[in-house]
Design a protein around this ligand. Structure first.
Ligand code: ZN
Length: 149
C-alpha cells in the first residue's frame, strides 16, 4: 500500500492546484483553489456516479463539471468534521458561495427533540447549527475555517 501525491492543473478553474491522491486502485483529486473534487469511481459510465449524485444536495448536483479528459465528473467538495462543523456549497447554480456551519452541543433539556434514527432512547448530543452558518468567498477561506486556522 502506497500513497503518492501529485499536483496537476484543475480542469474546472484551470489553476495548477489540483492534488492527486492515489492508493490501492483508488485515485481522488481535489482542487485547493476552487474546491472541486473527483475520484476514479465517478466516471461517466459508472453506476456509482448515479448513486453518488442522488445522495448529494441539489446545489452540488447542479454544479457538476464534466471532465472530458478523465471522463469523470467533478463536484464541489463538502465535508463534515465531528465536533467541529461542516463546509458545503450554498445558494443557486448562478450565485453560490461556500458556507461553514459549526457543530453545537444540544442542551440536555432539549435532547429529546433530537432522537437518533433507528435507535431506541438514544439522542443526539450535538447538531449542526445551520442558523449560525458563515459564508466564505473562497474555498481556501472556508477550508481554513474548518481546519481551525
Ligand atoms: Zn479548481
Amino acid at each position: 500500500m502506497s500513497n503518492t501525491e501529485e499536483v496537476v492543473k484543475c480542469p474546472v478553474c484551470e489553476k495548477y492546484e489540483a492534488t492527486i491522491e492515489e492508493g490501492d486502485g483508488f485515485e481522488s483529486r481535489i482542487c485547493l483553489n476552487c474546491g472541486y473534487t473527483t475520484n476514479n469511481e465517478l466516471s461517466f459510465d459508472s453506476e456509482y456516479s448515479d448513486i453518488f449524485e442522488k445522495m448529494q444536495p441539489k446545489i452540488i448536483q447542479s454544479l457538476k463539471f464534466e471532465d472530458n479528459d478523465l471522463k469523470q465528473y467533478w463536484y464541489p467538495f463538502s465535508m463534515y468534521v465531528e465536533n467541529k462543523g461542516a463546509l458545503y456549497p450554498e445558494g443557486t447554480p448562478e450565485s453560490w458561495s461556500w458556507a461553514f456551519s459549526p457543530v453545537m452541543v444540544i442542551p440536555i433539556m432539549e435532547r429529546l427533540q433530537y432522537p437518533i434514527d433507528g435507535e431506541e432512547n438514544k439522542y443526539h448530543e450535538t447538531r449542526l447549527a445551520v442558523e449560525h452558518a458563515e459564508k466564505f468567498a473562497t474555498f481556501k477561506d472556508v477550508y481554513a475555517k474548518l481546519n481551525g486556522e
